[in-house]
Design a protein around this ligand. Structure first.
Ligand SMILES: *Cc1c(COP(=O)(O)O)cnc(C)c1O
Length: 331
């Protein structure tokens, strides 16, 4: 990831806290594209990152800054993968770490958090409830709050997903990017960097930007609801439930930025139910050899729905994100 240091938060003479994040594979899936009825389809496999999700990118950038600024400790509320990634990078930097996670977080992810040395606090409720406890602890302890979009650097790390996919596609962009959206940092980061790349001359001035597509679960779809209402803010989802735990974010702090990316890109947003997520996770895995996470299955399910409803055209070149690894969810 740090090959893109020129656009990342790294000072002169500083070295990054890195565990080999980024440079994840992009697989083209021509048979699945034909079955769906679109021109081309790729999956970018973020499950190949350290601790098995794209959260590694943001945490590598954020811990790099935190280490140079000398924070006494770091704390994060998480639906799972952010806690595992933060713990790994904090361990690499020798910084104490505390993680607040819902009791129902997949057990392999909790086991990783404990194995890598975090002080794990289990919370009744969802990531929003974990956030309240995490912020109270940060205020009393002086630990730095690493939650989504409350510090400026995680989003910078996530920009590298956009840089990489453009480079892997020979400095072109797909017509659609389908992104399983929880807090939305991946989508916001990519949308930010596409403009940076165009303005910096990395992409042609007249490049057609991808349509950004939010994929969510019907059990927790605050961004789909807000998009359908053409709102500029989202209202918190009551009783959020989905086994795609990275998507169980009822009230994303970055709601306005997510919606702005959708409107500016002429994008779309849709949700699918738990059965579709389950079957499309297997479909994606078996069509690609990628051990897809439920969040990746959700992205494929939403793509199928949009093609079926004529909202993605037959000549589309679509890139779906598999944001994590199926292994983290088998227990
Ligand atoms: C965190 C997470 C998401 C949601 O990511 P955002 O960029 O915060 O929307 C999706 N999938 C997985 C596997 C995650 O860990």
């Amino acid at each position: 990831m740090w090959r893109y240091a020129a656009v990342l938060p790294l000072g002169h003479g500083e070295s990054p806290v890195s565990l080999g994040e980024g440079a994840t594979p992009l697989h083209e899936l021509p048979i699945l594209a034909r079955e769906l009825g679109i021109a081309r389809l790729w999956v970018k496999d973020e499950g190949m990152n350290p601790t098995a999700s794209f959260k590694a990118r943001g945490m590598s950038a954020a811990i790099t800054r935190a280490a140079h600024l000398g924070v006494p400790g770091v704390v994060v509320p998480t639906a799972g993968n952010a806690g595992a990634a933060l713990t790994a990078y904090a361990a690499a930097a020798g910084i104490p770490v505390r993680v607040y996670a819902p009791r129902g977080t997949p057990s392999p992810i909790l086991a990783t958090i404990v194995a890598l040395g975090a002080d794990l606090q289990l919370v009744d409720g969802h990531i929003g409830d974990a956030g309240k406890q995490s912020r109270a602890f940060a205020a009393e302890s002086g630990y730095f709050d690493m939650s989504t979009l409350r510090e400026p650097y995680r989003i910078e790390g996530k920009k590298t997903m956009g840089l990489e996919l453009a480079e892997q596609l020979g400095w072109t962009l797909p017509s659609h990017i389908v992104y399983p959206t929880g807090g939305g940092t991946g989508l916001i980061g990519m949308w930010k960097v596409f403009a940076e790349m165009r303005d910096g001359g990395w992409l042609p001035r007249d490049i057609v930007m991808p349509r950004m597509v939010v994929a969510q679960a019907t059990g927790c779809a605050p961004m789909v609801r807000a998009f359908e209402a053409r709102a500029d803010r989202a209202t918190p989802w009551e009783n959020p439930e989905t086994h795609a735990s990275g998507l169980r974010v009822p009230g994303p702090l970055g709601d306005r930025l997510i919606l702005r990316a959708l409107y500016e890109s002429d994008g779309d947003a849709a949700a699918v139910d738990e059965d579709v997520i389950r079957s499309d996770t297997l479909r994606l895995s078996r069509a690609s050899g990628v051990d897809a996470a439920p969040e990746g299955g959700c992205a494929l399910g939403v793509l199928e729905k949009l093609v079926r409803e004529g909202r993605v055209a037959k000549d589309a070149d679509v890139l779906v994100f598999n944001t994590g690894s199926g292994a983290s969810y088998r227990f």
